[in-house]
Write a protein that binds this ligand. Structure first.
Ligand code: EPS
Length: 410
């Protein structure tokens, strides 16, 4: 079973991640994980915390001489900010002289109120700590192990920000992807590299300028912004996922994993919601044969049909709501007085859509690796590779054999 667990509070000592179920002999280096952690920290509109942190992993176990051992991989990410929170976040019972104001004013849209309601906390600080998007650094660490594994099979993952606060590019990149208008050697990682050149991870300079102007405006007004982003995987083989049970559908698992990212409110695969307004003939992808391989003229399905990967790029679009900590706060209730008050102001990001897209790459990598290992198995990467090449080499032949009518011409 492939799984990962994360542990750690936003202002605690560190974040711990345990990744389990990957085969041995995957080449994995600290630098590679740190590179992706750094990508998550970037983006115009982040708050002061990202100036304090410089995320990097300490590999505790599971890797020896640059290769996975097949044992659980434990990765630690230090919170530099912890130095400023040692007393407040202590695991020990505080001394009687310790003075600390518990937080009693919940922010609308945050986990503050549901957290204290559900866990019977007497301090909103307890809700804030674990619900914070700080935990997503751990997800990127785990997702990067998955990404490295997938790269051994030519699968790459990338993302770009499609819009922030409704500001889109005039060029419709998503449409190009859905119409399968990409070059033959198109790789999702190349898209990520282009996006990483932009401060807001968009693919269009003009759009970037307009977005930065809007972020400055929001900042000045004590407000926050959300946006949409597209995550892509290329090189995915036919046959990941299944229609045999609801929880084995690849699209369902992707939906779940992307939706689990803090502040994500909507996920689409392929042409998603847009398909509901079209004729069937405008939605489905015609099948044809190219270089002796089945493919589709378009990729409006986003690379998944019947819960199973088609071999075309996986295309996921998602929306992130604006961050709920506002410097111009909304109205709420102070739980101490039960009176109307303004919500608490606290350090936060103004925009985190670029980071969210990077996290989404990790979540997509994770799900694909999970389904890949489920299908191809293997205790070592060499064994997984043998199983994979046996399947892919014989796939087309098996189809031909089963449908003898056109077998000879094929
Ligand atoms: C984050 C760390 C947090 C926030 C942000 C993401 O740091 P702090 O709360 O100390 O400022 O910058 O989290 C949120 C916006 C949130 O609502 O939880 C990070 O490492 O990405």
């Amino acid at each position: 079973m492939v799984r990962f667990l994360t542990s750690g509070e936003s202002h605690g000592k560190s974040l711990a991640t345990i990744v389990e179920g990957f085969p041995s002999n995957i080449k994995l280096r600290k630098d590679y994980i740190d590179f992706h952690l750094k990508r998550r920290q970037a983006g115009y509109g982040r708050g002061q915390r990202m100036k304090i942190e410089s995320d990097s992993v300490e590999i505790i176990s599971g890797i020896r001489f640059g290769k996975s051992l097949g044992s659980p991989i434990c990765l630690l990410i230090k919170n530099n900010d912890w130095e400023n929170w040692i007393a407040i976040m202590s695991s020990e019972i505080p001394s009687s002289s310790f003075v600390y104001d518990k937080i009693s004013i919940p922010r609308p849209g945050h986990a503050d109120l549901v957290g204290i309601s559900k866990y019977n906390y007497d301090d909103i600080r307890n809700s804030i700590e674990r619900s914070s998007a700080r935990e997503t650094a751990s997800r990127v660490a785990a997702g990067t192990v998955a990404r490295k594994f997938l790269e051994e099979f030519g699968i790459t993952i990338g993302s770009y920000v499609e819009s922030i606060s409704g500001i889109y590019s005039k060029k419709n990149y998503l449409q190009n992807l859905l119409m399968n208008k990409t070059s033959r050697n198109f790789s999702a990682w190349r898209i990520a590299e282009s996006a990483d050149k932009s401060d807001v991870r968009v693919l269009d300079n003009n759009q970037e300028e307009r977005i930065i102007r809007k972020i400055k405006y929001a900042k000045k007004n004590g407000d926050t912004l959300g946006g949409t982003f597209v995550t892509i995987a290329t090189g995915v083989p036919v046959g990941l996922g299944s229609f045999m049970h609801y929880d084995r559908r690849l699209d369902a698992a992707i939906g779940h994993s992307i939706m689990s990212i803090n502040a994500v409110k909507g996920v689409e695969i392929g042409n998603g919601f847009d398909a509901a307004e079209k004729f069937g003939s405008q939605v489905h992808d015609e099948i044809f044969i190219k270089d002796n391989i089945f493919t589709r003229k378009t990729n409006r399905s986003g690379g998944i049909e019947g819960g199973v990967s088609t071999g075309l790029p996986i295309i996921v679009r998602a929306s992130m709501k604006p961050i709920s900590t506002l410097m111009k706060p909304l109205q709420t209730i102070d739980l101490k007085t039960m009176k109307k008050v303004e919500a608490r102001r606290e350090r936060s990001d103004f925009v985190a859509v670029p980071a969210c897209a990077v996290i989404s790459e990790s979540m997509l990598a994770w799900i694909l690796a999970e389904f890949f290992i489920e299908k191809f198995g293997g205790d070592s990467i060499e064994e997984t590779k043998d199983n994979f090449s046996n399947y892919t080499k014989k796939l087309q032949k098996r189809i031909a054999k089963n449908f003898s009518g056109w077998y000879k011409d094929f």
